[in-house]
Design a protein around this ligand. Structure first.
Ligand code: PLP
Length: 424
């Protein structure tokens, strides 16, 4: 049976809600990534490893809000901390202790981060970090990685997706952003030889998430560290997604320290957040009296978010991170094992609790190899979805600490069924 017909049969309430939503929201949703054909399922509740839909289905969540819900849904301590704050007054134009608590936890955990500032999305995190780098270096050119996703502001949307995705980005911005292929040390050296001293920063993820869930080779990160330092350019790690990999983020796991770090997702304990931090000399530019840079936002340092984030970090400690990474490593091995005996050329990428399914003959090392020649994986996604598993439509997923062995077994059975059926 056609998996889309099966999907429609199971989701009449979502179909109706989607029709209603389309009248007031373009496409009926408000995030590009959660939109998929024929229409997304609307959820009503989420708890632990599961999501309940408007159609009364229970789905196992292997997407976890694009890696954010690392403890699963509605984790007790962060939820209690946020509710407690809301009940005692949350929206005051003054700092409170919660902001210090979360900042201290981040500075304690990430050795390259001496000071930090908060906003409300990872987008704001990378945007302000880049602004800080431009002001510090008095340069306005930026180097990034092809396919590297850092949120939705003009500078970082260059070299993500195809040309059609770039409508609306001014040419003046495109001209001051260059991109290099991920994991290509020679290309990086050449770029720095040509223009290294013009770049305010090189921004990259230690593991490229949206671009294919591809870990950087250690020597690549070391080269990036050396080249930026030699050119007086700043190295900016986007750890919005990768922070979950170690108490101090992927920079700790891979052993390379950047000058600046952008953060988001899990550090808000389930509420909207973004942050940027790093060397004190660079961050001090944001000092309202002595620095030259303004950074405001009505909800920056929102106390409920800060309290939830601190509570989450207290739960997501070194032992739990290590255990989750080990489970993730085993899970990816088992996925690859199924892929190896399937009719399709499956390659599983990722690290620790992060994974992506690729269907390609070629090694996946950068954005081009993660997109060229691969069939679109929506068919796999919809088949897995019909079997009660939530995954990203492009085959990306991750484990939360709420996912148990029985859940991963269910995923692997569904994957074994689905992978041979997807169209060439
Ligand atoms: N950077 C990376 C690596 C991301 O994965 C994301 C979001 O997926 C962002 C930045 C943007 O974060 P936000 O969606 O909170 O704006």
């Amino acid at each position: 049976a056609d998996p889309y017909d099966r999907y429609r049969d199971r989701t009449p309430a979502s179909a109706e809600l989607s029709e209603r939503a389309k009248r007031v929201l373009p496409g009926g949703d408000t995030r590009s990534v959660t939109y998929h054909g024929p229409y997304p399922s609307f959820f009503t509740e989420a708890s632990g490893a599961t999501v309940t839909t408007a159609d009364g289905e229970t789905l196992l969540d292997f997407l976890n809000n694009y890696t954010q819900s690392v403890l699963g849904h509605a984790p007790e301590a962060p939820v209690e901390a946020a509710c407690d704050r809301l009940q005692h007054g949350n929206d005051v134009a003054a700092p409170n202790e919660d902001i210090v608590e979360l900042a201290e936890r981040l500075v304690d955990r990430i050795s390259s981060v001496e000071q930090v500032r908060f906003g409300n999305s990872g987008t704001e995190g990378t945007m302000n970090a880049i602004r800080g780098a431009m002001a510090w270096t008095e340069r306005d050119r930026i180097l990034k990685v092809e396919g590297g996703y850092h949120g939705t502001h003009d500078t970082v949307e260059v070299a993500v997706g195809d040309e059609s995705a770039h409508e609306g980005i001014p040419d003046s911005v495109k001209k001051r952003v260059d991109a290099v292929p991920f994991n290509d040390t020679e290309a990086l050296k050449n770029r720095f030889e040509c223009a290294g001293e013009e770049y305010a920063c090189f921004i990259l993820e230690p593991i490229m998430g949206v671009g294919g869930m591809i870990p950087a080779e250690e020597s690549y990160l070391e080269t990036a560290r050396d080249l930026t330092a030699a050119a007086d350019s700043l190295l900016l790690f986007d750890e919005v997604m990768s922070f979950r990999l170690a108490p101090g983020g992927a920079q700790e796991r891979y052993g390379v320290e950047p000058d600046l770090t952008a953060l988001g997702k899990l550090i808000g304990g389930g509420l909207p957040i973004g942050a940027f931090g790093g060397r004190e000399d660079v961050m001090s530019q944001f000092h309202p009296e002595t620095g030259g840079l303004k950074h405001s936002g009505t909800f920056n340092g929102n106390p409920a978010t800060m309290a939830a984030g601190a509570a989450l970090l207290d739960q997501y400690d070194a032992d739990r991170i290590e255990a989750l990474n080990e489970r993730g490593d085993r899970f990816r091995e088992r996925l690859q094992g199924i892929g190896d005996v399937s009719d399709r050329p499956v390659r599983i990428t990722g690290d620790g609790s992060l994974f992506q399914i690729h269907v390609t003959d070629e090694p996946v090392t950068d954005y081009e190899s993660s997109t060229a020649g691969e069939p679109p994986l929506e068919d796999l996604f919809i088949r897995m979805r019909n079997d009660g598993i939530l995954l990203a439509p492009r085959g990306m997923g991750n484990l939360s600490t709420a996912i148990e062995d029985e859940h991963t077994d269910t995923f692997l059975d569904a994957f074994e069924e689905a992978i041979d059926r997807i169209p060439e």
